[in-house]
Ligand binder design. Structure first.
Ligand SMILES: Nc1ncnc2c1ncn2[C@@H]1O[C@H](COP(=O)(O)OP(=O)(O)O)[C@@H](O)[C@H]1O
Ligand SMILES: [Mg+2]
Length: 265
């Protein structure tokens, strides 16, 4: 569904992603890792909103940077929410529905019911509470029955009941055949739905595999503080040390990893 080959993304001196090689299958994929690991950058590359610095990424077999049509099959919710201020939620969703060539009224009614938007849908977005912004921003991803839905932190900063509600909507849509890539610090409620998991740390793939195979590893990983909070900077291109540490051998023997590394620039 998503295929990255030698993918690199730099922002000036910062290497947000480096040498990422993964195949994300259909189903629900959890995209995890510490802050600054490169998760949101990966999502934006997959959506064709960023252009790779090196290497390539394909979404549904196509180059998302060159082929904007692929985005018609895709929905996305960003963190922080990326929403206009001076229109109502209804106008915003209507705009997205038109862009996808689907019936706006029908689609808005559908997502409004999924995420309880009705009470504030006609209000200007700059008057929304943070909870309302979050709901609208998640709802936008479901407009037009996309084949693939990307959700960046859908469970952050919402109350407990909303977590359950959003997880249950994801479960229902997944049941209908929609694929998901979910970035979430709060990943435990999503683990029962997950088919695949990718951990990005310091711009590298730290771990990738079927969710069932990596479940225990994820639990260990996030209980300890093994992941690097450093990101890579441009260096003299020398190969980095990719040796897995002995304690994590079973988990990391299939993928490159890097330890926390101080900037050398
Ligand atoms: N648009 C940008 N401009 C400059 N640096 C960026 C930009 N987006 C991300 N970065 C940097 O790239 C690295 C990865 O960021 P990001 O993909 O947002 O990580 P995550 O989503 O895992 O927290 C960070 O060091 C971040 O500061
Ligand atoms: Mg992010």
């Amino acid at each position: 569904m998503i295929e990255a080959k030698n993918l690199q993304k730099r922002f000036g001196p910062i290497v947000a992603l480096d040498d990422v090689n993964i195949k994300v299958p259909k189903g629900l994929t959890l995209l995890l890792g510490p802050n600054g690991g490169g998760k949101s950058t990966f999502m934006k590359l997959a959506l064709g909103l960023y252009r790779p610095t090196k290497g390539e990424i394909k979404l549904l077999g196509r180059n998302p940077w060159k082929d904007a049509n692929v985005r018609k099959n895709v929905g996305a919710s960003f963190d922080p929410p990326a929403l206009p201020k001076f229109v109502s939620g209804r106008e915003w969703l209507s705009f997205l529905a038109e862009g996808k060539g689907v019936d706006a009224e029908e689609e808005i009614a559908k997502v409004s019911e999924m995420f309880n938007l009705e009470a504030f849908l006609n209000r200007r977005i700059d008057r929304y509470s943070s909870g309302m912004l979050k709901r609208l921003s998640i709802a936008q991803a479901f407009i037009g029955d996309p084949k693939v839905i990307f959700l960046d932190e859908p469970l952050a900063n919402i109350d407990f009941d909303s977590v359950a509600q959003i997880v249950s909507v994801i479960a229902q849509e997944k049941e209908k055949g929609t694929s998901f890539v979910v970035i979430s610090h709060i990943w435990e409620p999503l683990l029962p739905l997950a088919d695949y998991a990718v951990v990005l740390s310091a711009g590298r793939v730290y771990l990738a595999g079927r969710a069932g195979d990596v479940k225990e590893g994820l639990e260990n990983l996030f209980r300890s503080d093994k992941l690097s909070h450093q990101h890579t900077r441009v260096t003299n291109e020398e190969k980095q040390d990719k040796e897995p540490s002995a304690s994590n051998e079973s988990l990391f023997n299939k993928v490159p990893r890097r330890k926390g590394e101080k900037s050398r620039v």
